[in-house]
Design a protein around this ligand. Structure first.
Ligand SMILES: C[S@@+](CC[C@H](N)C(=O)[O-])C[C@H]1O[C@@H](n2cnc3c(N)ncnc32)[C@H](O)[C@@H]1O
Length: 296
């Protein structure tokens, strides 16, 4: 049975249409955002979900006015059906990720984006993932590109601990290197050693952009530099509609931040750009692939 059919006797068609795109299945857990006008039917909705997905063990709802933790990007969640534990193992593209969804960020909606980045990595690259979470970008990269090293930083101790576990689970020890700490501090320690930086924290990546540029190999050879290029996958929040608001404006902001930190010593080029997902009315997460070159 599909979910629409399972809900048809409980809800009107418009509410059903909203519901079928408002949940994520992450391993044995479903996380759902129930629209205000369907709150009274919460238990029926949970039961319908369980009928359609019998292997699901826990169903949790995002409360109507849920807050997202600014730093760790975790959400308030209320278990409305099943086992109260939100720990699960999620499989994506042949990799397995263990995580407690109350304690760490994990979204299946980034699956395409993770693959898009992983396919760009060339043999021998040293990568810095500044906001690694439980390892979904880093581990996929290491699985696809056997000769790459991914320093993977997170400030959330729970994410770090799951990242360590997931590195072992996916047998990528020594190639994905978990680091507990602040991305800015770790980037400074790695100064001049990195070919590619991932910045998957759209809400505040801009604040770390100069640190990301300093981590790149651009600085090899001291002040003389060697003019090599480095790549930054820069995520941002964009508001509005159309290419100018959603892609050109975040690029202009990135250029300004880099110019403020480095003057005209760093040349920034947009190699690729895309809207990653919608996160609210006229609010989007976007990514810009920025090629950085140091002027000689
Ligand atoms: C949106 S999540 C992305 C996680 C992961 N890349 C993924 O796709 O599953 C952002 C992560 O950045 C971490 N974070 C936030 N501020 C940080 C900082 N200053 N240094 C390192 N990690 C940070 C959060 O704890 C969170 O796990």
């Amino acid at each position: 049975m599909n979910l629409k059919k399972a809900l048809v006797e409980i809800l009107d068609e418009r509410t059903i249409d909203k519901l079928v795109t408002s949940f994520d299945r992450i391993g044995e857990v479903i996380i759902i955002r129930i629209p205000e006008d369907a709150q009274a039917e919460q238990m029926h909705i949970a039961e319908a979900l369980h009928t359609v997905y019998p292997k699901v063990r826990t169903i949790a709802a995002v409360p109507l006015h849920a807050q997202t933790d600014d730093r760790y990007r975790t959400r308030d969640l209320t278990v409305i059906w099943g086992d109260p534990s939100l720990e699960t193992t999620y499989c994506e593209r042949g990799c397995r990720y263990k995580a407690d969804l109350k304690q760490v960020f994990l979204s299946p909606r980034l699956s395409y984006e993770r693959m898009r980045i992983a396919e760009k990595v060339a043999p021998g690259e040293t990568i810095l993932n500044m906001f690694a979470g439980v390892g979904c970008f880093s581990i996929l990269i290491a699985k696809l590109q056997l000769d790459a090293t991914v320093y993977s930083v997170d400030v959330n101790p729970h994410a770090f601990s799951y990242l360590q576990e997931n590195v072992a689970l996916n047998r990528v020890e020594g190639r994905v290197i978990p680091v507990l700490g602040d991305a800015g501090d770790v980037a400074a320690e790695l100064q001049g050693r990195i070919d590619r930086v991932l910045m998957p924290l759209p809400e505040s990546a801009h604040a770390f952009l100069p640190a990301a540029v300093r981590a790149l190999r651009l600085w090899r050879g001291g002040d003389a530099g060697d003019g090599t290029a480095g790549m930054i996958h820069y995520y941002a929040v964009a508001r509005g509609r159309g290419e100018r608001d959603l892609l050109t404006a975040p690029f202009a902001r990135a250029e300004e931040l880099i110019a403020a930190a480095f003057g005209d010593r760093i040349h920034v080029q947009r190699e690729e750009q895309r809207i990653v997902r919608s996160v609210g009315p006229r609010k989007y997460h976007v990514v810009l692939d920025l090629r950085m070159t140091r002027e000689r």
